[in-house]
Design a binder for this molecule. Structure first.
Ligand code: NAP
Length: 307
C-alpha cells in the first residue's frame, strides 16, 4: 500500500536519522527550523506496494552507444540508483554494460524497463522481458512496465501476461506507462499483482492533477517522465526567479518541485556530466508552500513535450 501516510512512514523510516525528510516535504517553514547543513543528500524512496522506488531516477531515452554507457556510468558514479530504460530505446545492452562495470550490489540498484506495443500478447510479452534481461545482463528487473496501451490487444490479456512475468520472477514489480485515469483503473482491476506506478509525462507546464489524483486513489505511485519538459521548462521566467532566490539552477527547482509532491518520482535524462550531477543535487533544499503553488500555477492544459 502507498498513500500519503504510507509514504510519510516509508520516508521517515528510511531517513529518520538525517532528521530532514519531514522538513524536505513540509517546505520552507520547517526548513528554516531545521539545520540546513545536516540535511541529507540521500535520495528518498517511494514505497509502493512493496516496491522501494528511488524518488529520483536517470532517464536514458535517446542515449545510444558509448554516449549511453558513459552517461549511465557517470550517473551511477554520482549516486543515482534508479535507471529507466525500455526495449524500444535500443540501449539496454549499453545500460547493462555500465551496470556490470559499476560492480554495485544488485540490491543497491533499481532497474526499470518496458515492453513495447508489438509485444503485448501473452507469450510475446514474457519473451520481450526475457530478451531485455539478456541485454541488461540481469536475471530480473525491479520494474517492468507496459510502455504504451494498445487498442489492438485486449488489456486483460496484456495484464495477465505482465502478472505472469512477475510470477515467473522476470521482474520484482509491474507497472504501466502512458495510461489515462480510466485505463489505469481498468488495469488495476484486471491485474492479480499490484501495479506500483504509472509513468507519464509531467512537468510544471503540464497539468496532470486529475491523473495524479486518480493514481493516488488507487495507491499507485506516479513516475514523471520528461520532467524537464525536454529542456523547455528550465527557460521559464518564474522557475528562473525561484532558482535565483535559492541559488540553484532552474532544472534543480523543477526536479525539486516534482519530488516534493507525494508519491512522485522524477527520471530526468541528461548527457553531460555537469547536467547529470546538477540534477542529482536536489535533496538538500526545499521549496516553500508558496513556491510550490506558484509553480503549479504554470500548468497549461496542452503542453505535452511528447506528441
Ligand atoms: N514512458 C514513456 O513513454 C517515456 C517517454 C519519454 C521519456 N521517458 C523517460 O523519461 C526520461 C526523461 O525524459 P526526456 O528524456 O524526454 O526529457 P527530460 O529529462 O525532460 O529532458 C532532457 C533534456 O533536458 C536537458 N537537460 C538535462 N539536464 C539539464 C539541466 N540540468 N539543465 C538544462 N538542461 C538539462 C537534456 O540535455 P543533455 O542531454 O544535453 O544534458 C535533454 O535535452 C527519458 O530519458 C526516458 O527514460 C519515458
Amino acid at each position: 500500500m502507498i498513500g500519503p501516510h504510507a509514504n510519510a512512514v516509508a520516508r521517515q523510516g528510511e531517513f529518520a536519522q538525517t532528521k530532514s525528510s519531514q522538513a524536505l516535504r513540509a517546505g520552507q517553514h520547517e526548513l528554516k527550523a531545521a539545520d540546513e547543513s545536516t540535511m541529507t543528500t540521500q535520495v528518498p524512496t517511494i514505497n509502493a506496494d512493496g516496491a522501494a522506488i528511488p524518488a529520483l531516477g536517470f532517464g536514458t531515452w535517446q542515449l545510444r552507444g558509448s554516449a549511453c554507457t558513459c552517461a549511465v556510468a557517470a550517473a551511477l558514479d554520482i549516486g543515482y540508483r534508479h535507471i529507466d530504460t525500455a526495449s524500444a530505446y535500443a540501449n539496454e545492452s549499453e545500460v547493462g554494460e555500465a551496470l556490470h562495470a559499476a560492480k554495485l550490489a544488485r540490491g543497491e540498484i533499481f532497474i526499470t524497463t518496458k515492453v513495447w506495443t508489438d509485444a503485448l500478447r501473452d507469450g510475446a510479452l514474457q519473451r520481450s522481458a526475457e530478451a531485455s534481461l539478456k541485454r541488461l545482463r540481469l536475471d530480473r528487473v525491479d520494474l517492468l512496465l507496459i510502455h504504451w496501451p494498445s487498442a489492438s490487444v485486449p488489456l486483460r490479456e496484456t495484464m495477465g501476461a505482465l502478472c505472469d512475468a512477475k510470477r515467473r520472477g522476470l521482474t520484482s514489480h509491474i507497472g504501466v506507462s502512458n495510461f489515462s485515469a480510466d485505463l489505469v483503473a481498468e488495469a488495476a482491476r484486471l491485474a492479480t499483482e499490484p501495479i506500483v506506478t504509472n509513468q507519464c509525462e509531467y512537468h510544471p507546464h503540464l497539468d496532470q492533477r486529475p491523473l495524479l489524483d486518480a493514481c493516488r486513489r488507487l495507491d499507485i505511485a506516479f513516475t514523471a517522465y520528461s520532467p524537464l519538459g525536454r529542456g523547455e521548462v528550465v527557460r521559464d521566467p518564474l522557475v528562473r526567479r525561484i532558482a535565483e532566490a535559492h541559488r540553484r539552477t532552474p532544472a534543480q527547482v523543477v526536479l525539486r518541485w516534482l519530488v516534493q509532491q507525494d508519491e512522485v518520482i522524477a527520471i530526468p535524462k541528461a548527457t553531460s556530466p555537469a547536467h547529470i550531477a546538477e540534477n542529482f543535487a536536489i535533496f538538500d533544499f526545499a521549496l516553500s508552500d508558496m513556491e510550490m503553488q506558484e509553480i503549479f500555477g504554470l500548468a497549461r492544459r496542452r503542453a505535452r513535450a511528447s506528441s
